[in-house]
Design a protein around this ligand. Structure first.
Ligand code: ADP
Ligand code: MG
Length: 248
């Protein structure tokens, strides 16, 4: 049996009268990509925000590893091993790729503001930075100014910054958004590499990427899960065809 890294049960998030996420349960396993698809407004991003702690759930529970992390802050959940990328907002555009990733790696040390005073921390931070850059495929861009890199490379950089915190679980909300074909192919290859060591929640509109990558597929409509299971089974589901995939 694959190792369950995250297990959410009965998650609901209400905004006034709207249940943006309505009684959703989801599991993430190591070495698995769990894709979540659904039309705009289905509640996919809200679900991501609940799992990361950016939004508190109205009800339901989230177990991360051996901990019940329901109601924890995003910082505490991150330290417990969950990483998510925030679209671009975290990148310092005037800094190099290396410095951006190193800052993210540094945020994980016990003494982030005194790191130069501790040689062990210094070595560990540089090692984490190097590993994250290598894994994300940015090795030949380390010295580039982030603002001068392509859209696709900036998305890789966001993932490198997330990897620098050494998460077990990754939440990725539309990592292929706005990418051309070559960039999308590079990102798909990166996600395949990341799967080897992580449990991944992938929210994505690109169906080719979803069906290439997903081990488990969940379809949300109006805040609810209408189908979940092996991608081929979900694709063949008549409700899913009618509600979503049939439109494409
Ligand atoms: P998706 O990512 O699937 O497109 P979202 O999770 O962004 O969907 O949104 C689900 C629903 O919740 C939408 O109707 C959206 O307008 C609403 N919503 C999302 N965030 C908020 C918020 N902070 N306040 C009020 N309504 C929100
Ligand atoms: Mg969204």
């Amino acid at each position: 049996m694959p190792e369950v890294l995250l297990s959410a049960r009965g998650l609901t998030k209400r905004f006034g009268g709207l249940a943006a996420v309505n009684d959703v349960s989801v599991d993430l396993w190591r070495n698995h990509i769990h894709a979540v698809i659904g039309p705009n407004g289905a509640g996919k991003s809200t679900l991501t925000n609940l799992l990361s702690g950016d939004l508190p759930p109205t009800s339901g529970t989230i177990q991360l590893g051996t901990q019940d992390v329901t109601g924890w802050t995003p910082e505490k959940i991150s330290r417990q091993g969950l990483g998510r990328s925030y679209q671009k907002t975290n990148i310092f555009l005037p800094f190099t790729v290396w410095d951006n990733v190193r800052l993210a790696a540094q945020s994980r040390t016990p003494h982030p503001l005194r790191w130069l005073s501790n040689a062990t921390d210094f070595i560990a931070i540089n090692a984490r930075t190097e590993r994250a850059i290598e894994l994300s495929g940015l090795k030949d861009r380390v010295k580039s100014i982030a603002g001068n890199t392509s859209h696709g490379e900036q998305r890789q950089l966001e993932i490198a910054m997330t990897l620098a915190t050494e998460p077990q679980v990754l939440l990725l909300d539309e990592p292929l958004a706005g990418m051309g074909m070559a960039e999308a192919e590079r990102m798909v290859a990166l996600l395949q590499r990341l799967k080897a060591d992580h449990g991944i929640l992938l929210v994505e509109h690109d169906m080719d990427a979803v069906f290439t990558l997903a081990d488990q597929l969940t379809v949300m409509v109006d805040g609810r899960v209408i189908a979940s299971g092996a991608p081929a089974d979900v694709r063949a589901d008549a409700n899913v065809q009618a509600a979503y995939l049939g439109e494409h």
